[in-house]
Design a protein around this ligand. Sequence first.
Ligand code: AMP
Length: 421
Amino acid sequence: MAITTSPRGTADVFGENLQNWLKLERQIRAICRTYGYQELRTPMFEHTELFQRGIGETTDIVEKEMYTFTDRGGRSITLRPEGTAPVVRAYLEHKMGQGPLPVKLFYLGPMFRYERPQAGRYRQFHQFGLEVLGSADPLLDVETILLPVELYKACGLKGFVVELNSIGCSVCRPRYREELKEYIRPHLNEMCRSCQGRFERNPLRLLDCKIESCRAVLADAPLITDYLCPECSQHFAQVRSYLDLLQVEYKLNPKLVRGFDYYTRTVFEVTFAGLGAQNAIGAGGRYDGLVEEVGGSPTPAVGFAVGVERLLLALESEGSFAAEPPRPAGFIVQFGGETKVRAAQLMYELRRAGLHVEMDHLDRSVRAQMKAANRMNARWVLILGEEELAAQQVKLKNMDLGTEELVDLDAVIQCMQVEEE
Ligand code: AMP
């Protein structure tokens, strides 16, 4: 009978790949600690309305990518497609804004989007994200760019580029929106169906279209940066000057917009050319309007999210990140009968002392047990034969040095621990 496979666009993480994930997660937690971010774990699913209000009804995600279902109690539930709206919900629900500001949070976990799966694009994928709530300081926009850049560098990643833009605010963006629409309108029939569909409701997204004919139309389109109000303009200038001060390299891209409605002012994206079409390894920006949108009082905020799978693909392509495979401290080779009984006792004593020790469970020959120990790359092989057992000893073989010695059974732990340090 055919086996049931995992659903399209999902993956199992195990073996060497899992070691890389764990290594990356350790780096993430370390950098968050240094920068003062507390972890927040929100549920995998939320009320659908949170994303409708938070992300925006006209976005791809809300229009066609959400995993939404009605639960047995008749509520509309959605598997979280992104992490920001849930963080904002938790911030409001737990009145975090009444504590010291800004509130600096990070999350790490699976997100769900019904997209067409391809290399680097999945239906269940993982994001590491940061959110800073309660301050409009441009230095914090910079911090949410700096932190991922430092993370990429700490992982050894080289070929990434930070693209930066400001998309203004509710004061200056409407005028730009109208100018952009005026510019596009006469060429609308030269543009793709998706651009035509978005033109009225979300014209800024047209700047994002990858289709050649659409890009041609937009080549000379007006640029948002020429329309920023004095406050947004000053904020953007401060962001750039802090980036320069902190020597963060970036490229200005006045056509950079983001897929969510909630962004204001700073937006940025980090790309890695080696990944083909799905080349964004992280993205973020300021979202001063979102907290109010989901029912709170006006609260400035900024954040970003990194795609974990894509970052790992990028690191893999540069070949500099492979985690060391785990190595057992010891493997006990026994000769059956009483020696197996004593070996089992010894194995659990050693494990209790914190050493990873293995033994055979398939009644294998001594030769095959030695092979298994080698395959696992055990540091020590402990040979427990009839003679050794009679003398209450074990033969301890150092597999790295090729040396061996007879050691009293009750002194094995010390011998192995000394070497472990
Ligand atoms: P977004 O939440 O769309 O701004 O995405 C932030 C980051 O998450 C992107 O830069 C990608 O690295 C990653 N990402 C988004 N969608 C997917 C997906 N379907 N599969 C894998 N990674 C994704």
